[in-house]
Ligand binder design. Structure first.
Ligand SMILES: Cc1cc2nc3c(=O)[nH]c(=O)nc-3n(C[C@H](O)[C@H](O)[C@H](O)COP(=O)(O)OP(=O)(O)OC[C@H]3O[C@@H](n4cnc5c(N)ncnc54)[C@H](O)[C@@H]3O)c2cc1C
Length: 428
């Protein structure tokens, strides 16, 4: 019997196992999961609702949403697109809804729907799932692979025709030495999708305030973010920050999370345009106090804070503000300058950037270029996206590509009988 090991029972592992069993119903497909429960991240994802994919309607270039892996995903989406993932879940009993912000969730608003769907499909197709069985090492034996693992405290091993690694992000480079020894390049892991710590008590005193449609940037770089911005008691959060953290993940890691941050509270970086808007506001309200006539309906407490940053008293009438004052305020509204002093530890959505370098895998099948019969899918690869369902979308499409790659390899290969086939060998 043809045997395939899938290491890691997360989103990518289950999707791969299901698709592989559909392509090769007679193959014995085993998922090895080190934790007690499978699909743990799916469970907590999207605040327990699971943002399963995205409509991509607002995405004009994949680089905007995949700082790493856009080129490969463009290719893989031709074979299994986000729309295919949407259709797959609906066809397998999970009605979905697309929100106004283009994020797709199960209509049930519960990640349990996705977990039930994946586990039921795997069970229906006869995928074997072993939990609390961590894989410890992969070893090439002739045409096949020996998987070393621990089961009930005992070191064991078993031989497979093909192996797929779907072990997810490895924040501390877990398993990277083994992969390096097998000839792969590994991009240094570092966190992506995190909040920023700022030492700015007058700003953090405004915690809880959200500015819709803000823009953020790391000064002196091309890294940008946009969307709602949330002021927290430790600094800043919200999509405008998470997107920026994703784009600049490696840069911020390299500078130890100390970097100059620019915020546009107005949602534009065009200072002249904002200055012109402020002048129109001034002409319409010459007698009224600055504190009482707010730009773009910014929250009163934030507006007072921004006036103070521009050196303007909220009691001052608009008519008494000179050209320089207007320009200072326009500057604060479009390019307010702060210092990031660290990375937030609050795990809103946390993914790992880095992992198996895309140059080490075949771009069509995700098979290792250096180790035949070894495939990769999901976050173990150097692919990661911003928030909005993009990370699961990458997991679904890479899993399908690897499943097809494995099926193709196993049907075309003249397979040798496996050593130790059909039973578990105790470690030597
Ligand atoms: C709190 C949170 C919320 C998120 N929300 C969303 C969201 O709403 N939408 C979205 O698109 N993305 C979201 N993400 C990101 C998304 O969860 C991941 O990108 C996705 O789970 C990656 O899937 P994966 O299968 O590659 O890895 P994982 O889901 O991490 O699965 C890998 C599995 O492999 C197992 N494993 C690892 N090493 C071994 C080993 N040696 N032996 C056996 N098993 C092993 C792990 O225990 C794990 O179960 C969120 C992430 C977090 C942390």
């Amino acid at each position: 019997m043809t045997k395939v090991a899938i290491i890691g029972g997360g989103a990518a592992g289950f999707f791969l196992a299901i698709h592989l069993k559909e392509l090769l119903p007679t193959a014995h497909v085993v998922i090895f999961e080190r934790a007690q429960r499978v699909l743990a991240k799916v469970k907590v994802s999207g605040g327990g609702r699971c943002n399963v994919t995205n409509s991509f309607a607002s995405v004009t270039d994949l680089v905007q949403v995949y700082p790493r892996g856009a080129k490969l995903l463009k290719r893989l989406f031709r074979a299994f697109s986000p729309a295919d993932a949407y259709a797959w879940f609906e066809a397998h009993g999970v009605p979905l809804v697309t929100q106004e912000d283009e994020c797709v969730f199960p209509r049930s608003q519960s990640s349990d729907s996705i977990i039930l769907c994946l586990t039921r499909q795997a069970q229906r197709l006869g995928v074997e799932v072993r939990t609390q069985v961590p894989m410890t090492e992969l070893e090439r034996v002739g045409d096949a692979w020996r998987v070393h693992f621990t089961e009930r405290g005992e070191a064991r091993q078993e031989v497979f025709n093909a192996v797929s690694l779907t072990t997810g992000g490895a924040p501390h480079g877990e398993g990277h030495d083994n992969l390096r020894a097998l000839g792969h390049e590994l991009a240094t892991p570092c966190p992506s999708l995190f909040t920023f710590r700022l030492h700015q008590p007058d700003l953090t005193a405004l915690m809880g305030i959200v500015v819709e449609g803000a823009q953020t940037a790391i000064a002196g770089t091309r890294f940008r973010g946009e969307g709602p911005l949330l002021i927290t008691h430790w600094g800043l959060s919200g999509p405008a920050i998470l997107k920026l953290s994703s784009q600049a993940a490696r840069h911020l890691f390299d500078c130890n999370y100390q970097a100059p941050l620019l915020i546009s509270w107005s949602g534009t970086t065009n200072t002249e345009e904002v200055a012109a808007q402020l002048q129109r506001l001034q002409q319409a309200h010459l007698q009224r106090q600055l504190g009482n006539v707010r730009y773009a309906d910014l929250q009163a407490r934030l507006w007072h804070y921004l006036l103070q940053r521009a050196g303007l008293s909220p009691d001052r009438p608009w008519g008494e503000v000179g050209r320089k004052g207007i320009n200072r305020l326009a500057n604060v509204l479009t390019a307010d300058s702060y210092s990031i002093v660290g990375r937030g530890t609050y795990k809103e959505e946390f993914v790992t950037c880095g992992g198996v370098s895309l140059s080490s895998v075949d771009a069509r099948t995700l098979e290792s270029k250096s180790a035949e019969g070894l495939f990769f899918a999901g976050e173990v690869l150097d692919i990661d996206g911003v928030t909005g369902g993009f990370n699961f979308t990458a997991a679904w499409s890479t899993a399908v590509a690897a499943a097809r790659g494995i099926a193709q390899r196993l049907t075309s290969a003249h397979l040798q009988p496996l050593v130790g086939e059909g039973h578990i060998d105790k470690a030597r």
